[in-house]
Write a protein that binds this ligand. Structure first.
Ligand code: GAR
Length: 205
């Protein structure tokens, strides 16, 4: 296989704006050391799959149900990823916790974007809008996003990048989510992907 670029797989569950940020970053050259080869959704009909198809990227849904449970799901996921020579797995709005076996198998090969400044508002039960609801309920004045490696502890792996975002008076979970996406997530996810892919290429040279 050519070592011109690192191969990326993106795992999604929903709207896929972070996937879109990665696709746009590849087009604009912000992401130049890696290329998105595969998108897998654990939810059928996720809009993220349409975004991938529009960009000409192989994409399909793989559900726990269709694989006969968590073990079967992770086995298929592993097969799909390994048969394509994927170097980096990016969880971009992937709302599912992967087992210790899976995360150990892909140690330092999986990254995730989380919509808060870890260690605040993270771990089991903190995902999507719930994270922003919790931040507003606590009354924090600054929040943000974190990209981290994925290990067996939900949101517990080594931090790669973080970016702070101001909470404004009158914010709702929705307005805060949008600001965190625009000012933090869509910037640090492609930047982290580029950093890691550049490191992978350097290791091959
Ligand atoms: C994003 O805000 C992402 O950080 C968050 O879900 C949203 C997905 O949006 N992920 C988590 O909460 C993971 N624990 P998207 O589908 O438009 O990228």
């Amino acid at each position: 296989m050519s070592n011109a670029k690192a191969n990326i797989a993106v795992l999604v569950s929903g709207g896929g704006t972070n996937l879109q940020a990665l696709i746009d970053a590849e087009k604009s050259g912000v992401l130049k050391s890696g290329t998105i080869r595969l998108v897998i959704s654990n939810k059928k009909g996720a809009y993220a799959l349409e975004r991938a198809e529009k960009a000409g990227i192989e994409a399909f849904a793989l559900t726990r149900k269709s694989c006969g449970g968590q073990e079967g799901f992770e086995k298929r996921l592993t097969e799909e990823i390994e048969s394509r020579g994927i170097d980096l797995i990016i969880m971009a709005g992937f709302m599912s916790i992967l087992s210790e076996d899976f995360t150990r198998h892909f140690d330092h090969k999986i990254i995730n974007i989380h919509p808060s400044l870890i260690p605040s508002f993270c771990g089991k039960g903190f995902y999507g809008l719930l994270v922003h609801e919790a931040a507003l309920a606590k009354g924090v004045k600054v929040t943000g996003a974190t990209v981290h490696y994925v290990n067996e502890i939900p949101d517990g792996g080594e931090i790669i990048m973080q970016k702070a975002v101001e909470v404004k008076d009158g914010d709702t979970p929705e307005t805060l989510q949008r600001r965190v996406m625009e000012e933090a997530e869509w910037i640090i996810l492609p930047a982290s992907a580029e950093k890691i892919c550049a490191g992978i290429l350097a290791g091959r040279a």
